[in-house]
Design a protein around this ligand. Structure first.
Ligand code: PNW
Length: 488
C-alpha cells in the first residue's frame, strides 16, 4: 500500500535558516567598518563566558560564498541575515559618511543569494549599534537623536538594497536590547544599577526608555519605507519580537493571571503598541510614570507599523505569581511541574527546555490577539555540552533533531488544523556562531563549525529540517514573479 500523501504547507511558504552579522562575520576591522557596542563590550574581561569576542566568529565576511553554497545545498527558500550598521555608516550618524565597501559587500551577497533562488530576509538591526552613537549621545537612551539616525540608516539600506530585498525586519528582539543591555547588564552596552557589573546605569528607568526609543525608531523606519520605497519596491516590513509561551504553573487564579502578566511584559510591551496602539495595562500598573507615554503624534506613527508579526521563540515557562523580578512582571519562572517532573529536555542554555506544544499554543495566542500573518524568524535549541564533544559526535545532534521534530509537527498543526496564518519558518541558526555573552561555548547551529579551521559540517538536524520542508513545500527552482527579473 502506498504511504499516505504528506500534507503540504501553503505555496510560497518561506523556510530556511537565520544568522546575524556580529555573530558570524568577523573581520571587524576590514574595509572601513566602525566599531559596534559589541566590539567594546565583548572585550571587557568577564563579559563573555570564554573571554572571546567577535573578531573571528565564523569568518563569514570572508567565507560568504561558502555560506551561500551551503544554503544552496540545503535547498532553502529563504535566508535571514542582518546588516552591520557599522559597516554601512561606520560612525552611525545621519551626517556621517556612507562606506561604499560596506554597501558593496551586502550588495554582492544579496545578488548571490538571488542567483541561487534564495530569498533574502534582512534584519536592519541585530544589536550591533555603532559605538560612536553610544559615545556621542547615549545611543538608545537618547530618543530624539537615535530615531533620526536609525531612520536615516534604514533609508540608506532601502535605497541600496530595496530593489532586491522584499522582506525587511527593522529590529531584532527589542526585549533583549532593553532588558539584557540596560536592565540586567549582561549584553552590550552592559548598563545596570548593579555596580559590581557596571559603573553606570539605572535598571529602574533605562530599559523602559530604551524600549520606547526602539519602538519609535522601528516605526519611523517603516514610515520612510512605506512613503518613499514601498510603492516602487513593493516589499513587506515589520519587527521581530522574542517571546516564549507562558503557561500557568497550576489552575490557581493567581497563577493563571501570572502567565498573562508574563506575556504582557515580554511580548505585549512591544506588540501591544505596534499592533493595538497602547502599552499593556499591567505594565502601566507596575511601572507607573517610569514607563514613557506615547504622545498622540508618536502613537500615530507606531500603531499599525508592522506588516506582519515576526516571532522568535525558543521555549515555554511555567509561571507562578510572586517573586521580585520586575523584568518578568513579578512572575516566577520554572521548568519543574507541580509533580516534580521536568517540562522538557534541558538545553545547554539554562533558560531553554524543549516543549513543542508551547510553540503551537504561542502561535495560536499571537494569531488571536494580533491577527497578523506570522513569520517565525528564529527558533532553535542548544544541545548540552556540545562544545565538549568531538565534532564527529556533535554532528549527531539527536536532541536538536527531536526539538525540530516536535516544533515542525506543531507548526503543521497550527497551520493546517488551527488555521493560523504562518508564512515563514527560519530556524536559528545556519551555523554555530558567536552566542553573545556565552561566547563560542553554546552552539545553536544546524551546521557544526570547527573554530580552528572554520570548516562547516552539516549536523543531522540540518538534514532533518531540509527533508521535512522539502517534502511539504514546492521545490524552490523559481523565485516569485516580483524578483524574477533580477536574475539574468
Ligand atoms: C536570540 N533569553 O537571543 C537572538 O536573536 C540570537 O541572536 C541568539 O543567538 C539566539 O536567540 C539564541 O540565544 C536570545 O535569555 C537571547 O531568553 C537570550 C534569550 C532569548 C533570546
Amino acid at each position: 500500500m502506498a504511504a499516505p500523501a504528506v500534507r503540504k504547507l501553503p505555496q510560497n511558504f518561506l523556510w530556511g535558516f537565520a544568522t546575524a552579522s556580529f555573530q558570524i562575520e568577523g573581520s571587524t576591522n576590514a574595509d572601513g567598518r566602525g566599531k559596534s557596542i559589541w566590539d567594546d563590550f565583548s572585550r571587557i574581561p568577564g563579559k563573555t563566558l570564554d573571554g572571546r569576542n567577535g573578531d573571528d566568529a565564523t569568518d563569514s565576511y570572508k567565507l560568504w560564498q561558502e555560506d551561500i553554497a551551503l544554503l544552496a545545498r540545503y535547498g532553502v527558500k529563504s535566508y535571514r541575515f542582518s546588516l552591520s550598521w557599522s559597516r554601512i555608516i561606520p560612525l552611525g550618524g545621519r551626517k556621517d559618511p556612507i562606506n561604499p565597501k560596506g554597501i558593496e559587500f551586502y550588495s554582492n551577497f544579496i545578488d548571490a543569494l538571488l542567483a541561487n533562488n534564495i530569498i533574502p530576509f534582512v534584519t536592519l538591526y541585530h544589536w550591533d549599534l555603532p559605538q560612536a552613537l553610544h559615545d556621542r549621545y547615549g545611543g538608545w537612551l537618547n530618543k530624539d537623536e537615535i530615531v533620526q539616525d536609525y531612520a536615516n540608516y534604514a533609508k540608506v539600506c532601502f535605497e541600496n538594497f530595496g530593489d532586491r530585498v522584499k522582506f525587511w525586519l527593522t529590529m531584532n528582539e527589542p526585549w533583549c536590547v532593553s532588558i539584557l543591555g540596560y536592565g540586567r547588564g549582561v549584553f552590550a552596552p552592559g548598563r545596570s544599577s548593579d555596580r559590581t557589573r557596571s559603573p553606570e546605569g539605572d535598571s529602574s528607568t533605562e530599559p523602559w526608555i530604551v524600549g520606547h526609543s526602539v519602538i519609535l525608531a522601528h516605526a519611523h523606519a517603516v514610515k520612510v519605507y512605506r512613503e518613499e520605497f514601498k510603492p516602487r519596491q513593493g516589499g513587506q516590513i515589520g519587527i521581530t519580537l522574542n517571546g516564549d509561551w507562558q503557561m500557568p504553573y497550576d489552575d490557581s487564579p493567581e497563577n493563571v493571571a501570572a502567565a498573562q502578566h508574563a506575556l504582557d511584559v515580554a511580548i505585549g510591551w512591544f506588540a501591544d503598541p505596534i499592533y493595538l496602539g497602547q502599552y499593556p495595562a499591567y505594565m502601566q500598573q507596575i511601572l507607573g510614570n517610569r514607563l514613557p507615554q506615547f504622545t498622540p503624534a508618536e502613537l500615530a506613527v507606531v500603531k499599525g507599523s508592522s506588516d506582519f508579526y515576526g516571532m522568535n521563540t525558543y521555549t515555554t515557562n511555567l509561571c507562578r505569581a510572586g517573586g521580585d523580578d520586575e523584568f518578568q512582571g513579578f512572575v516566577d519562572y520554572t521548568f519543574t511541574r507541580p509533580d516534580g517532573t521536568q517540562l522538557g529536555n534541558q538545553a545547554h542554555c539554562g533558560w531553554l527546555q524543549d516543549y513543542p506544544e508551547g510553540f503551537r499554543a504561542l502561535l495560536n495566542y499571537l494569531w488571536k490577539r494580533y491577527r497578523m500573518p506570522i513569520y517565525v524568524t528564529e527558533n532553535g535549541f542548544s544541545v548540552k555540552n556540545e562544545s565538549d564533544k568531538p565534532k564527529e559526535v556533535a554532528v549527531k545532534d539527536l536532541e536538536r533533531v527531536n526539538y525540530y521534530r516536535g516544533v515542525t509537527s506543531n507548526l503543521q498543526a497550527a497551520i493546517l488544523e488551527d488555521g493560523v496564518d504562518i508564512r515563514a519558518y527560519l530556524a536559528w541558526s545556519l551555523l554555530d556562531n558567536f552566542e553573545w555573552a556565552d561566547g563560542y561555548v553554546t552552539r545553536f547551529g544546524v551546521t557544526y563549525v570547527d573554530y580552528n579551521t572554520q570548516e562547516r559540517i552539516p549536523k543531522d538536524s540540518a538534514m532533518f529540517i531540509v527533508k521535512w520542508f522539502q517534502d511539504r513545500t514546492q521545490p524552490s527552482e523559481e523565485l516569485p514573479p516580483s524578483l524574477k527579473h533580477l536574475v539574468a
